[in-house]
Structures are given as C-alpha cells and as structure tokens.
Design a protein around this ligand. Structure first.
Ligand code: HEC
Length: 105
C-alpha cells in the first residue's frame, strides 16, 4: 500500500514537475549545496577558498551577479552562479550573512 502511494507520487511528479518543486527553496537549503567547496556553514577548511559566513548581503549579491553575467572572471563561480535566480541568490545572501564569520586561529 505504501509502495503504491510512492508510485503514484513519483508518477505525479514526473507528469507535473511543478508538484515536486512547488515551494521556494530556503537560503539554507540552497546554501548547503555550496558546502562541498566553501565548507560547512560557509567556513571552508581550504584556505584557497573564500569563506561565505558573515559576508554582507550587498557584497554577496554584487559578486554573485557579476559572476553570473561574466563581468567578474573566475575559475568555477561563473558556472555555479548561472544556476541561480535573483531570488535564490538573495535568499542565500541572507542565509550566509546570518552565519558567524570564520575566525582563523
Ligand atoms: C566547485 C567548488 C565551488 C562550489 C561548489 C561553489 N564555489 Fe563559490 N567559489 C569557489 C572558488 C574557487 C571561488 C573563487 C573564485 C573562483 O575562482 O571561481 C569562489 C568564490 C565565491 C564567492 C566570492 C567570495 C569572495 O569573498 O570573493 C562567492 C560569493 C561564492 N563563491 C558563492 C558561492 C555559492 C553561493 C555557492 C553555492 C551556490 C558556491 N559559491 C559554490 C568555489 C566553489
């Protein structure tokens, strides 16, 4: 019975993709996808990667939009930024600004 419900749900998502993504993703959910490089909670282990925790929202927005439109050159971020809408970048800006800035020992 449970399996049947799952099948119907999966089929419904295939037939109506908007059902699967009907809610806006939160800044935290979006921002967690950056952790592979920028570290958990925006604090990277690798000193070559800039931290995101505590970055001012205006600075975050300006940088991401410049990466997206190509006016700021980068090794990887041009491609990453192209995946996000203005609203999603704004949600991530608020999320990363809310995290405590990284303190280097
Ligand atoms: C594959 C690794 C990788 C991923 C994934 C990644 N970044 Fe980056 N990010 C970098 C690197 C490397 C830089 C330095 C610029 C460059 O060379 O692309 C950077 C720079 C940045 C900067 C500029 C910070 C500064 O102080 O100059 C921002 C903002 C940023 N990334 C946001 C994000 C966000 C938001 C995500 C997730 C949606 C993300 N990054 C995912 C590797 C990554």
């Amino acid at each position: 019975m449970r399996l049947r419900f799952l099948n119907v749900f999966v089929l419904a998502c295939v037939a109506f993709p908007s059902l699967a993504f009907s809610q806006t993703l939160s800044g935290a959910m979006l921002g967690n996808t950056c952790a592979g490089c920028h570290g958990t909670l925006g604090a990277p282990e690798n000193p070559q990667i800039p931290p995101l925790a505590g970055v001012l929202p205006a600075q975050f927005m300006a940088t991401m939009l410049a990466y997206r439109d190509g006016s700021q050159r980068a090794t990887i971020m041009n491609r990453v930024a192209r995946a996000y809408s203005d609203e999603e970048i704004s949600a991530m800006a608020a999320y990363f600004a809310s995290l405590p800035p990284q303190v280097n020992e």
